[in-house]
Design a protein around this ligand. Structure first.
Ligand code: ZN
Length: 147
């Protein structure tokens, strides 16, 4: 299977079967945001235990890129500390060639090795308008962590 096709499959899988969907009772942190260019909306609830994310719930609507990206993000940050999440956000931003990003550590011979399913979003870089779609969940997550 071509890599591009594989990436598309991963994105569609998250879009059709979004992980950690819904809302939390009594969230300790919460935020929402939208991408007016595309009409994407994301709401995130978080709870922590021992300084780590113990629960996350994502609700939203919009295009497949925005919803799949938020679903991947919700899986990636479970059990992580704020510091580890900041590192992930920076590497995601690096992968998308966004400001404040760091080297995501993508190994060209082993796609998906360092960022998991999220690596499927790197093809979106070719479409500047869609980068905002992919980044929305992460932007909302950053807001939630600061709330
Ligand atoms: Zn979108």
């Amino acid at each position: 299977m071509a890599l591009e096709e594989l990436y598309r499959e991963v994105i569609l899988d998250h879009y059709r079967n979004p992980r950690n969907r819904g809302r939390l009772d009594e969230p300790e942190a919460t935020a929402e945001g939208m991408n007016p260019l595309c009409g994407d909306e994301i709401h995130i609830d978080l709870r922590f235990e021992d300084g780590k994310v113990s629960a996350i719930a994502v609700e939203g609507q919009g295009c497949s890129i925005s919803q799949a990206s938020a679903s991947m993000m919700s899986e990636a940050i479970k059990g992580k500390t704020r510091e580890e999440i900041s590192d992930l956000i920076a590497r995601f931003r690096g992968m998308m060639s966004l400001e404040g990003g760091t080297d995501p550590g993508i190994d060209p011979d082993r796609p998906g090795a360092s960022l998991g399913d999220m690596e499927a979003l790197q093809g979106v870089r070719q479409y500047p308008v869609r980068i905002k779609c992919a980044a929305l969940g992460w932007t909302v997550l950053q807001d939630a962590l600061q709330s």
